[in-house]
Design a protein around this ligand. Sequence first.
Ligand SMILES: *Cc1c(COP(=O)(O)O)cnc(C)c1O
Length: 492
Amino acid sequence: MNYQSTRSKITTSPLKAVLEGIAPDGGLYIMPDMASLSFDWESCLENTSFGMAEQILSALLPDCAGMGELVKKAYSGKFETDDLTPLVRVGDDFVLELFRGPTSAFKDVALSMLPQLITAGRSQLDIKDETVILTATSGDTGKAALEGFHDVEGTRIIVFYPDGGVSPVQRAQMVTQSGKNVKVCAVKGNFDDCQRGVKETFAAINASGILEGSGLKLSSANSINIGRLAPQVVYYFIAYSELIKRGEIKKGEKVDYVVPTGNFGDILAGYFAKLLGLPVGRLVCASNSNNVLTDFLNTGVYDRRREFFRTTSPSMDILVSSNLERLLYLAAKGDTEKVAGYMRELSSNGIYKIDDDMLAFIQKDFAAYCADETATAETINKVWNEKHYLADPHTAVALYACEKYKAEYSEGRMTVVLSTASPYKFPAAVLSAIGGDCSGDEFAQMERLSAISGTPVPKGLSGLKEREVLHSDVIEQNGVLEYVKAQLGLED
Ligand SMILES: *Cc1c(COP(=O)(O)O)cnc(C)c1O
């Protein structure tokens, strides 16, 4: 089955969709009728985590051969446990810990797999050009992408981060990255400047035709790429299967999932799991003070014309949630003109309103709540004191949404809260919320958090301070294009 753009009739094969990243019309690639795959979800649940990944990714990317091997290469020995994403009981609910990968970010789950898919795609489609991954990051994606792509044959990766705009731990993670095909560069500006720089570089390089004959091709590692979304479907199955194994549910019983949301990739993967047959009840979208999605899912009006807040859950500080476009496509029953229209309204007016049928379609499966900074901190405190579980601010937003959701719906269903970051990645916010001492740098704070919680600092984070700095490039706000050209040896 081919993938199809959300904005026009353009289609492409699954592997090509992964290699291209985004459709030429600016739309996102999606499988138009996933429910018709007749996926054997029941047998999938009997598998190991690796087996589930193989079965699900083979269904979503059917033209990619050798999936079992790719899964093994992506995950073997890289995560703290073989089940990849452990399920932990916290009070009456369960927390699915997605941050047990090499960089302590939930993005590791997908960014460990994406390089394997790109490598397989290059080889199976006989592509000789080197794939150059350009990535703008507000912190977590950069390191997870570097970890995934370093020393991967046939690829190069260049990461741009805002100078002074990421946490000291996130910066240390990136600038100490080894690998012969990696570059990390600070941009004198904020994340939006990095993102714009990268987008403009894509456009300028592709329009100028200077890559022709250079043996290079550009691609993307963020969640607009279906190759980053597909691996995230797997842990919804892992959690469900674990609940059956522990006797918490019977097969077929519905389970609700609460998801800390930014770009809508993670939660959309849950919807894909449902389309594959997994008995997913409701998907609860949890937002911080940047609550554009809460309003949208409750009213059908997407309005980005609002104040932008910097919060303690920075990976969710986002006002334009790109993957929502894929849900719109499904809610509009594949009417690409309608979706393209909404996207045009968003870019020219900053607002659109979906029709009642689409809203009803979406509200059948989605609910939405938000937590402001006070609620987030109070939740970290309460969950620590009452349940002895240390949640990072992103997870706390979801735990708060979970409580609100259950108070409103109380259908008595089992609930899984997705946890997207290690508390050690945000030590100041967590210490402050539980009334701990926040003095010193982030490394000192991590140690203090470890002493309080009695759990060790994750391997990838401890010892970072001593690691050699390998990347010290800093460029001006408008220097991304020049930098990329220089790195790739391109002349006008
Ligand atoms: C990226 C990220 C999110 C948001 O995930 P989306 O797929 O963009 O919705 C939430 N929490 C953390 C810690 C993240 O890094």
